[in-house]
Design a protein around this ligand. Structure first.
Ligand SMILES: Cc1cc2nc3c(=O)[nH]c(=O)nc-3n(C[C@H](O)[C@H](O)[C@H](O)COP(=O)(O)O)c2cc1C
Length: 206
C-alpha cells in the first residue's frame, strides 16, 4: 500500500515519483508494539529482491526482538545517543555483508568491490517495505563496529554495514525534549543538485 499524501510540505516531491519513497523517514520514537517475526520476514523478503553485482546477494541480517534474550547484547554496541531511543524499538538488526563472491564459471572466490553498495540496496528495499506496511525502520552507523563483531561472533570475511531499529512509530513519550523537536521528516536538496545531463557540472561540488 502506498500512502497517497506526502507526510509534510517539506517532503513534496518535485517530480511525481511514487510516494513510498517520500513517505519513508527515520523517527526515533517507538510504541510499545512488539513485531511479529512473520512481519519482519516480509521486510527481509523485500530486501531479498534487491539487485546485486553478479546476483551475489551479499546481504545478511541478524535480528533480536525486544523482550527476548539477545536484545540487550544487540543494544550494547550502539553509541549512548542511539541506545537512548533505540532500546524502545521492537527489533534491533545488524546488516552484514559478505565481502567475497565466486563469479559464474569460476571456482575461487574473489573480493567484491560492491558488497557494501549491494547491501545498501537491500537496506533500502527493507526500509521501504517497512514503511509500506506501516512500520518504521531507522538505520544507524553510530555503533562500535569491533564490539558488534564480537557480540555477533562474526567470522572474517563479513563486514558490519549498519544497525537498524524497527518498530511502530510512537508518540515520543520516551524521547527527551531535544529529540522530540527533531521528530519530523527532513527535506532534501533539489533534484538539480543530484542529476545532470552530460559531463560533471560545477554545481556538483556544492
Ligand atoms: C547509513 C546511515 C546511518 C545512520 N546513522 C544514524 C545514527 O547513528 N543515529 C541516528 O539517529 N540516525 C542515523 N541515521 C538516520 C539519518 O540521520 C536519516 O536517514 C537522515 O537524516 C535522513 O532523514 P530521513 O531518514 O528521516 O529521511 C542514519 C541513516 C543511514 C542511512
Amino acid at each position: 500500500m502506498t500512502t497517497q499524501e506526502p507526510p509534510s510540505k517539506i517532503r513534496a516531491p518535485e517530480h511525481p515519483a511514487d510516494l513510498i519513497f517520500v513517505n519513508r523517514w527515520s523517527p526515533r520514537s517507538f510504541s510499545e508494539h512488539h513485531i511479529p517475526e512473520g512481519v519482519l520476514y516480509t521486510f527481509f523478503e523485500a530486501a531479498r529482491w534487491a539487485p546485486s553485482a553478479f546476483n551475489a546477494q551479499p546481504w545478511r541480517f541478524l535480528y533480536a526482538l525486544r523482550g527476548q534474550s539477545e536484545f540487550d547484547a544487540f543494544l550494547a554496541p550502539l553509541i549512548a545517543f542511539n541506545q537512548g531511543w533505540a532500546r524502545h524499538a521492537a527489533a534491533l538488526i545488524y546488516l552484514l555483508s559478505r565481502k567475497d563472491f565466486t563469479p559464474p564459471g569460476e571456482t575461487e572466490p574473489q573480493f567484491s568491490r560492491t558488497h557494501s553498495f549491494d547491501s545498501g540496496a537491500a537496506w533500502a528495499n527493507f526500509a521501504n517495505q517497512a514503511t509500506a506496511a506501516g512500520w518504521v525502520a531507522h538505520g544507524m552507523s553510530g555503533f562500535d563496529v569491533e564490539k558488534a563483531r564480537t557480540v555477533l561472533k562474526l567470522p572474517e570475511g563479513f563486514a558490519v554495514e549498519i544497525a537498524i531499529a524497527v518498530g511502530r512509530k510512537g508518540d515520543g513519550a520516551h524521547l527527551p525534549p531535544g529529540l522530540l523537536q527533531r521528530e519530523r521528516p527532513s527535506g532534501r536538496s533539489p533534484v538539480g543538485d543530484l542529476a545532470a545531463r552530460g559531463l560533471f557540472p560545477e554545481r556538483f561540488r556544492r
